[in-house]
Each structure stands twice: as C-alpha cells, then as structure tokens.
Ligand binder design. Structure first.
Ligand SMILES: O=C(O)c1ccccc1N[C@@H]1O[C@H](COP(=O)(O)O)[C@@H](O)[C@H]1O
Length: 217
C-alpha cells in the first residue's frame, strides 16, 4: 500500500466530466493529474467516441486520460480504450470484466450502508485504486453529494480516490480527514453539467496544494 504520509507526497487530482477543449486546457493549466471523460449516455456530461478522440488528443504527456463507463458493452469500451490510459468502471462490473481490456483500471464503489470496503478491495485486487463515491439509489454517480468519510478505513489494501460532492470549499477538509491518494471532482468545479469553470478548477487545485502543505508543516 502507498504510504500517503511519505515526505514529498502530493494528493493527486482528477477532474472528471470534461466535454470541451477549453476545459481540457484549463484543467491541465490548473495542475490536473488526470482528466475524466464520461462515456455513459445517461450522463449530461457524456461524450461520444468522436468527441472523446478529439478531447483526448488535446491532453499532454504525463496527464492521465480516464474513460468512465457504467455497465457498458465491451466492444464500445475496447474502441474507446484506444484513446485512454485508464478505465474507470462505475457500475456493477465484475473484476474479470474490468481486467478484460488490456488497460489499467480503477473501480468506483458507491458507499451504500452495507458496503464492506475490505472485502471489495480484496475482490478488486487487480484495480489500480478504488474510487469511493456517494450512494444514491438509482444514480450511478456524479450526484454532487458527500458521504461519511469516517467510514473509510486507514488500512485499506488499495489506494483511495475520494469522490462525491467535493469542491474548493471542502476538499481540504476531506484530505485532512481521509488522506486519500487522489481526489476526484466533477460538479464542484462546474457552472453547469459538463461546463467547467476556470476559476473553480484553479481554486480546487489551490485548496488541494494548501492541504498538502498544511499536512507537511
Ligand atoms: O459525472 C457523471 O455524470 C457521472 C455519471 C455516472 C457515473 C459517475 C459520474 N461521475 C463520477 O462521479 C464522481 C462524483 O461526482 P461529483 O463530484 O459529486 O459531481 C465524479 O468525480 C465522477 O468520477
């Protein structure tokens, strides 16, 4: 397991749900480590394969291109993977399904009351990390809601990507409480679904950097 308390550690940032070239540029300028593209048609942030290709081509080296899927056809995922560095599975995909595309992957888990995180970490042992998001029945993600961060055990066997209702105003508190490997945000840096705001992207990244500095002090 990664020791996030190591001197020099910095909390990684994933901005998710990008749909516009300018937002890609703004997110990279703000200091993004990863950019997420939603391929699930049920989302207002969904991009089709052509848009994915166009946006992914704008992402510079050393910034990870992440594709988000919710229980989708393997043929679509395989085609999209050509433009992606990492796959994010946000539905009920099995570990075997997630591992079937020859790409690194992460598994999103929605924090339902009965979720056993240790068991999930064991089941999804092949994942690069677990992304933890709020649970709302019938909605696979992107709810803009937080969850009880104290439910995340410190000794989980996988790196944690904390998501769900984060924004410039609460991300520092979230980092202080959880010490995740990375934070993931969509709605908290938008003016409308799929439309990121340059100022909010920068404010979010600044809040993460400030939280990291406070931790080291
Ligand atoms: O963003 C979406 O529309 C979406 C749809 C379906 C599954 C996941 C989705 N987004 C993911 O949810 C987290 C949390 O979103 P928010 O910050 O609370 O708005 C987001 O980071 C995406 O990874």
């Amino acid at each position: 397991m990664i020791d996030v308390k190591t001197v020099g550690f910095r909390t990684r940032i994933k901005f998710c749900g990008l749909t516009r070239e300018q937002d890609v540029a703004d997110a990279v300028a703000a200091g993004a480590d990863a950019l997420g593209f939603v391929l699930w048609p049920g989302s207002k942030r969904c991009v089709d394969e052509a848009r994915l290709a166009a946006l992914a081509a704008r992402v510079p080296a050393f910034v990870t291109r992440v594709g988000l899927f919710v229980d989708q056809q393997p043929e679509l995922i395989a085609r999209c993977a050509e433009h992606l560095d990492l796959l994010q599975f946000h539905g009920d995909e099995t570990p075997a399904f997630c591992a079937g595309f020859g790409r690194p992957w992460i598994k999103a888990l929605r924090m339902r009351d009965d979720l056993d995180l240790h068991a999930a970490a064991e089941a999804y042992a092949g994942a690069q990390a677990l992304l933890l998001d709020a649970y709302r029945p019938g909605v696979p993600g992107g709810t803009g809601e937080t969850f009880d961060w104290s439910r995340i055990p410190a000794n989980l066997a996988k790196p944690v990507i904390l998501a769900g209702g984060l924004g410039p105003d609460n991300v520092a508190q979230a980092i202080e409480r959880v010490r995740p490997f990375a934070v993931d945000v969509s709605g908290g840096v938008e003016t409308a679904p799929g439309r990121k705001d340059c100022g909010l992207l920068a404010a979010f990244a600044a809040a993460v950097a400030q939280a990291d500095r406070s931790h080291r002090a």
